[in-house]
Every structure is written in structure tokens, then in C-alpha cells.
Design a protein around this ligand. Structure first.
Ligand SMILES: [Zn+2]
Ligand SMILES: [Zn+2]
Ligand SMILES: [Zn+2]
Length: 487
């Protein structure tokens, strides 16, 4: 094909295409004017972007004039004001305040009262007047700073101050106030500071709204008259020592929202009779119920960690079941629980800490799952009633683990145990028979000291192996004649 013919064909094609595009505007390109998008406001309409052609009067959705649209199809209706879900209120009415920056109010109505409380919003006609407030750091709310000029024994904290929500109570706000007898904390409050009501010795009753997530450390410590506590339904953390020394508190219901019980929260709550730890509270920290001497029952929920001294000295605790979630029983966890009769450490738990059950003088039976590999020093020492024990899969057992278990008549050491440590069964005066794995290589100082009834050791190995066991010269001091039986 010659160059001439190619050129001619190209020209014809160009003309044909041009005609198709230009036909829309009388043979000329559209003369397009752009109209920028404009967001709609609360009360003003807006528009999406569009283009108009002055020549043909048509409208387009694109800058190339390809998609023609109807006149007015770009209009965006006003959005209307937006309002808070929560109620604002004053002394006469409640409403939803606009959040769009316009001073509008929706659903403004007078309060409807049931007694002193509005049934709709958080207004209480009996809110305490004269309390001291401080603005919060962001200036968007207030926190209660103290009693101020307020009088009276029943404190009702208002949900709002100077038209802003009241969201907290500062550290030590009411500490040592001996006049307060009751306190109502509204839903707007999210946290109670450290020592907020500590040592309020006349305080009998606390009612907390659903906004509270944190009860600060020692917030109610030393409130020796406190009897009724309604914790908020969203409390996630009880701070350290939060209710320590609340010696009149018999019962407290812990909300399902609770994730963490910090150290010594209920220490010395000597009237507390029962406790149920919710499923979600995996961490029960050190000494949480230390010396709760009236505590009769405890439901541990889904606890994973029974930390050190959690039930130390809970002398009334008779029965308790460790949930399957427990991974470890901490040191001194049940030390001196002198009414506890039985304990089963469930499968999944790996260790029993030092002195975990020491001086549980009523404990008759203890059974450790095979998953328990380690038993701490003195773990069952002084358990004078202990008659039956299953040592699970213990591979390590600490010193004096069963010292003074004077009701124990026989014991089977787990096959994986290689060392019988110093004093392990000393003063087990009723112990008659011990079965020991052939893997034992060492028997420590006074391991069977004063086991005056010990007559038989069954050794699951050969006599040569027994002879090779490294035995402290005083391993059986005071234990009379022992017959060794070999496998
Ligand atoms: Zn046009
Ligand atoms: Zn608006
Ligand atoms: Zn109201």
C-alpha cells in the first residue's frame, strides 16, 4: 500500500471520529464550566461536582462531558443537626445537646420524677450542693475535688456541673471524712481516685453508676462501717487495697466486667463471708483476700493465677474448688486456711508454690493432677490432719514439703521424683509406709526425721540401686527399724 492511501484513510477515520463526538454540541466541543463539590451542612444543601456546557445547556458528571446528567441531580440534602446520645439537663428539663456546633436541643422535656430521680436522665433533685469541683485536664468535664461546703451525711454526686459532665473523683477527695454515711456516684463518673473515700469510718453504703471502670487504689480502704457496696456494672479493675480493712463488709457482688483484682483488695475484710470471682477475672493478685477470717466460700471463676497469699489466713474457708483454668497455685496461697478439708489441684496446673497449703490443719485430703511437676518448700507442712495425698507428677519437691503431717500413714512418691529433700517428711509420726521410685538418687538431711512409725520403704529398683542412693547420714534420724523392699 502506498503512503498516499494510508494518509487518506487516516484522515477519513479522524473526521468520522470527530463527527461522532462533536455532534452533541452542534459540531463544536462542549464549552464546559466546572462546579466544585460542596458538602451539605446541617441546614444548607450541598452538591456533588458537575460540569455545565454554556453552548448547549447540558450538564455532565465528568470533566470530559461524557456522562450527561439531569439538572439538579447534584443537589445534596441538608444533613440535619446531630445530637449526643446522652442526656444533658438542668434543674427543670433534659435534652439531647447538638454535637454539630449549633446550639440546638432535641427532645427537650421537663423531668419526670420518681422520688428524687428523673426517670429519663441522670438528674437527681437531691444532688448534694456545695461539693468542690476541678476542671478536668481537657476542660471538657469536671472532677469532684472534695466535700467543699457540702453538708449532710448522704452525698449524691451530681452527674453534671456547670453544664459539663462530672467524670471522676480525685485522689483522697473525701479521705478521712467521718460524717459521710452514704454516697451515690452517677453514671457519668468513670474513675475513682486513690484513697477517694479511704477511712470514711461512718460510710455504710456506696452506689456506683455504670460508667465506673476503675476503682482506685485504697479508694474505700479502712471504711470500717461499710456494709453495702453496689459496684458499677462495668468496673474492670479494683485497685490495690481498694476495700482493705472494711471490717463490716459481709458480702460484695463482683460484676462480670471485672478483669483484674489487684493486690490486697480485700485484705482484713474480717466479716466477708463469701465471694464469687467472675469468669473474666483471670488475675487474682497477691494477698487479694488475705486474712479474710470469716470467708466461708469462694468461687474462683476462671482464675488462671492464684497469686501469692491470696487466701492467706482465711481460717473459715471450708471448701473451695480450684477451676480447671488454674495454671499455678502461688506461694502461701492458702497458708493457715485452718478449716479447709479437701483440695484438688486440677490438670493444667504446673506447680504448687512454697507453703501454699502450710498449716491447713483441717486438710484431710490433697490431690495433685499429673501435670503438677513442682511442689514448693513447705507446701503442706503442718497439715496435721492430712491422711491422704496424691503427689501427681511431681519431679521436684521442696524442703520440708510435708513436715509435721502427723496423720499421714502412707505416701507414694511419683516415679519422676529423683530427690527427697531435706526434712520432706520430718515429724510425720504416723507414716508407716513409703513407696519410692527407682529413679531416686538422693535422700536429704532429716528427710524422714522422727518418723517413729516408719517400718517399710518399697523401693522400685534393685538393691544395688538403693545402695547407690546418696543418703544423708541423718536421713532417717529417730525413725526406728525400716525394712526396705526392692522391686
Ligand atoms: Zn455543549
Ligand atoms: Zn447543626
Ligand atoms: Zn430528666
Amino acid at each position: 500500500m502506498s503512503k498516499k492511501i494510508i494518509l487518506a484513510l487516516s484522515a477519513a477515520l479522524a473526521i468520522a471520529l470527530c463527527a461522532a463526538v462533536l455532534a452533541a454540541c452542534g459540531g463544536h466541543p462542549h464549552a464546559l464550566t466546572a462546579h466544585a463539590a460542596q458538602a451539605a451542612g446541617c441546614t444548607e444543601a450541598g452538591n456533588s461536582a458537575y460540569w455545565s456546557c454554556e453552548a448547549c445547556g447540558k450538564y455532565f458528571a465528568d470533566a470530559d462531558g461524557k456522562t450527561e446528567i439531569e439538572e439538579g441531580s447534584w443537589v445534596l440534602e441538608p444533613t440535619g443537626h446531630t445530637f449526643a446520645e446522652t442526656w444533658s439537663f438542668d434543674e427543670t428539663a433534659h435534652w439531647h445537646a447538638a454535637t454539630c456546633g449549633h446550639g440546638e436541643a432535641a427532645e427537650r422535656e421537663p423531668h419526670t420524677f420518681d422520688g428524687e430521680m428523673c426517670t429519663v436522665c441522670e438528674y437527681r433533685a437531691d444532688s448534694t450542693e456545695g461539693l468542690a469541683f476541678l476542671p478536668s485536664d481537657d476542660g471538657q468535664s469536671y472532677v469532684v475535688a472534695g466535700i467543699g461546703t457540702a453538708e449532710g451525711a448522704d452525698i449524691v454526686i451530681p452527674a453534671q456541673y456547670r453544664e459539663l459532665p462530672v467524670t471522676g473523683i480525685v485522689d483522697s477527695a473525701f479521705q478521712g471524712n467521718a460524717a459521710i454515711e452514704s454516697v451515690f456516684i452517677p453514671n457519668s463518673v468513670t474513675n475513682l481516685g486513690w484513697y477517694a473515700f479511704a477511712d470514711c469510718t461512718a460510710l455504710r453504703s456506696v452506689t456506683m453508676g455504670s460508667g465506673v471502670t476503675l476503682v482506685g487504689a485504697a479508694a474505700f480502704g479502712g471504711c470500717t462501717s461499710l456494709r453495702e457496696v453496689a459496684l458499677g456494672e462495668n468496673v474492670a479493675t479494683l485497685g490495690a487495697n481498694a476495700f482493705e480493712g472494711c471490717t463490716a463488709l459481709q458480702n460484695i457482688s463482683l460484676p462480670a466486667s471485672l478483669a483484674r483484682i489487684e493486690t490486697y483488695v480485700f485484705r482484713d475484710c474480717t466479716a466477708l463471708e463469701r465471694i464469687a470471682i467472675p469468669r473474666g477475672a483471670a488475675e487474682v493478685m497477691e494477698g487479694a483476700f488475705y486474712n479474710c477470717t470469716a470467708l466461708e466460700s469462694a468461687d474462683l471463676g476462671g482464675a488462671e493465677e492464684i497469686a501469692a497469699g491470696v487466701f492467706y489466713g482465711c481460717a473459715a474457708l471450708e471448701s473451695l474448688s480450684l477451676p480447671a483454668s488454674v495454671a499455678r497455685v502461688g506461694d502461701y496461697a492458702f497458708f493457715g486456711c485452718a478449716s479447709l478439708k479437701e483440695i484438688a489441684v486440677p490438670a493444667g496446673a504446673a506447680s504448687v508454690g512454697q507453703y501454699a497449703f502450710a498449716d491447713c490443719t483441717a486438710l484431710v485430703s490433697a490431690s495433685l493432677a499429673d501435670t503438677v511437676k513442682s511442689i514448693g518448700t513447705g507446701a503442706f507442712s503442718g497439715c496435721a490432719a492430712l491422711a491422704s495425698v496424691d503427689l501427681g507428677g511431681a519431679e521436684e519437691m521442696g524442703l520440708y514439703a510435708f513436715e509435721g503431717c502427723s496423720s499421714l500413714t502412707q505416701v507414694v512418691l511419683p516415679a519422676g521424683l529423683t530427690r527427697v529433700e531435706e526434712g520432706a517428711f520430718s515429724d510425720c509420726t504416723a507414716l508407716e509406709a513409703v513407696t519410692m521410685g527407682g529413679g531416686v538418687t538422693e535422700i536429704g538431711f532429716m528427710a524422714f526425721y522422727n518418723c517413729t512409725s516408719l517400718a517399710h520403704i518399697r523401693f522400685e529398683g534393685t538393691q544395688a540401686q538403693w545402695n547407690a542412693v546418696v543418703k544423708d547420714p541423718d536421713w532417717a534420724l529417730g525413725a526406728g527399724e525400716i525394712e526396705i523392699v526392692y522391686a
